[in-house]
Design a protein around this ligand. Structure first.
Ligand code: HEC
Ligand code: HEC
Length: 205
């Protein structure tokens, strides 16, 4: 047998072996307490990437987001309160218990900032605007995963842009206090100010 082929077979054999042991471990867990958060998360990997670091710029990173935020947004997707292209349908397919397991699983993972291009000048302006209008709730430059606020630093720029567009159009509701700040920002700097803030989030890699 050519060496290369032997190598391929060996790697394939190893993969099967690993899959078998992790499936056995998983089955044991399932018998005890239903599917674990990690098992459920395998159904999210295709879009959100293994570990919740998504490869596509329209799909948000979710590894490392807070438990509360995940619970809230999944509920919002399922009820239609948070607009979505895909997640509404997906969120409806999970019980409260499963969503709690998923939220627990993802909250333990490390946030992986997206590698993406950004405009340095806009990011600099955005840093100042973030400090003035957003930092109060999105602490540490948008890095902090706390309570019900999402992580913004290192999130994919196209995702942030269409989310902000949903907020501005009223398709997705802002909390009252966030709305007040966003309105103030738009009044002072126009939508350009918001774009600058998004570049600031994208610059944190
Ligand atoms: C077919 C692709 C796809 C799959 C599978 C998928 N997602 Fe999503 N997810 C998206 C997209 C796209 C968005 C942005 C909202 C939208 O348009 O639906 C999103 C948004 C989210 C958000 C909101 C993040 C934020 O910052 O607000 C969470 C949380 C989430 N998904 C969790 C999950 C979980 C948990 C699973 C698995 C049970 C999952 N997703 C499976 C595509 C997917
Ligand atoms: C008074 C607190 C508060 C302020 C100020 C605030 N936000 Fe938020 N923001 C929140 C909370 C809470 C959420 C999550 C809940 C929700 O969906 O409304 C959120 C969600 C978001 C999201 C959605 C994240 C995602 O992954 O889908 C974006 C984007 C965002 N905020 C941007 C901003 C920007 C930009 C500013 C400043 C101009 C700002 N926020 C100011 C509290 C705040």
């Amino acid at each position: 047998m050519p060496r290369k082929m032997r190598h391929v077979l060996w790697v394939a054999g190893l993969a099967v072996g690993l899959a078998a042991t992790s499936a056995q471990a998983g089955e044991k867990k399932e018998l005890m307490s239903g599917a674990s958060g990690q098992m459920l998360a395998a159904q999210c990997d295709g879009c959100h990437g293994p570990g919740g670091a998504s490869a596509g710029p329209a799909t948000p990173n979710i590894g490392g987001i807070s438990k509360d935020y995940m619970l809230e947004v999944m509920e919002g997707f399922a009820s239609g309160e948070v607009p979505s292209t895909i997640m509404g349908r997906i969120a409806k397919g999970y019980s409260k218990e499963d969503v709690a397991k998923l939220a627990d699983h993802y909250s333990r993972l490390k946030w992986v900032p997206a590698k993406q291009p950004f405009d340095a000048k806009m990011a600099k302006e955005g840093a100042k605007l973030h400090e003035k209008y957003c930092e109060k709730c999105h602490e540490d430059g948008g890095k902090k995963a706390e309570e019900d606020a999402a992580i913004l630093a290192g999130q994919w720029m196209p995702y942030l842009q269409f989310t902000m567009a949903d907020f501005l159009s009223g398709r997705r509701e802002m909390t009252k206090k966030m709305k007040k700040k966003v309105k103030k920002l738009i009044k002072a700097k126009g939508e350009k100010g918001l774009h600058a803030i998004v570049h600031f989030y994208a610059s944190q890699q």
